[in-house]
Design a protein. Structure first.
Length: 275
């Protein structure tokens, strides 16, 4: 995140916003800047990619499903917009630790003993590490001690739209993002790669709520896509994973998507039309 902060300081904050005597590396200034940048960035990613997905990918026929709520889209957006600032508070604390040099993020490819292969391997390990972490955190949030208070709001959306992707209780939203932020404190990771992965995970979160179940046939039971996550919203105790089905299969919570078997939401609507 220090790359984003440096760019913001250079192009905007130092020349136009902050007093000339306030050093760029002063902790209070960095915290304030990170809070603003994190909130604006999260909101921009959510609204930009959520809107694109909603208008160009999401099948609006799903809004006719009986489990689609009245005014659901506006409710999803309102819930997400209210939650994002609260989610950002602990997130900024972790970004601040990164900026102050406590993580294992590095600037240059040559700083990695494995060069470009290390960058590629770190991308794969990031995906598998965060998939594992999110699986267990997500499954834990379904425990009766936590579900009603923290995770149930996200399950209001049985037939989700892309805007449901970030419509979490703040504790739920931060906990499920925690593996992304923990990884660079445990393992070396290129800074630009980290920013790219951060954008990717936000887009992926939107994509598994978009109602588009198309996955290459060979990967249908490997990739945890929208079809799998739709069944998670509908049937509760299945498909907790983020990108892959690996941990659901290990943990006994894997469910083959009903959409692949002709029993999904689209099939239900088709049968309604045929009656």
């Amino acid at each position: 995140m220090d790359l984003v902060l440096e760019a913001a300081d250079w192009h905007l904050l130092t020349p136009y916003v902050y007093p000339a005597g306030w050093p760029e590396d002063e902790p209070c200034r960095q915290l304030l800047s990170l809070f603003v940048i994190t909130n604006l960035g999260a909101l921009a990613l959510y609204l930009l990619f959520g809107t694109l997905s909603y208008y160009f990918i999401f099948d609006h026929e799903l809004k006719k499903h009986p489990q689609f709520l009245e005014n659901q889209v506006s409710r999803e957006i309102a819930y997400a917009v209210r939650s994002l600032p609260w989610i950002s508070v602990p997130t900024v604390a972790l970004f601040f630790a990164e900026v102050r040099g406590y993580s294992k993020l590095y600037d240059n490819i040559e700083d990695s003993p494995y060069g470009w292969s290390g960058v590629f391997l770190s991308m794969l390990s990031f995906l598998f590490f965060t998939d594992m972490g999110i699986y267990w955190i997500h499954r834990g949030l379904h425990h009766k001690l936590f579900y009603k208070r923290f995770h149930k709001p996200h399950h209001l959306w049985k037939i989700a739209t892309p805007f449901a992707s970030h419509a979490f209780h703040p504790v739920d939203g931060f906990m499920q993002s925690l593996p992304y932020h923990v990884y660079p404190f445990l393992f070396p990771l290129h800074k630009v790669t980290y920013l790219g992965l951060y954008i990717f995970v936000n887009v992926w979160t939107i994509s598994i709520h978009d109602g588009d179940y198309r996955v290459p046939r060979l990967l249908r039971h490997v990739i945890n896509g929208s079809a799998h996550h739709t069944d998670h919203h509908l049937y509760f105790d299945y498909n907790y994973g983020q990108y892959f089905t690996l941990w659901d299969k290990i943990g006994g919570s894997y469910k083959s998507p009903t959409s692949f078997e002709g029993k999904g939401p689209h099939d239900y609507l088709r049968k309604l039309r045929e009656k």
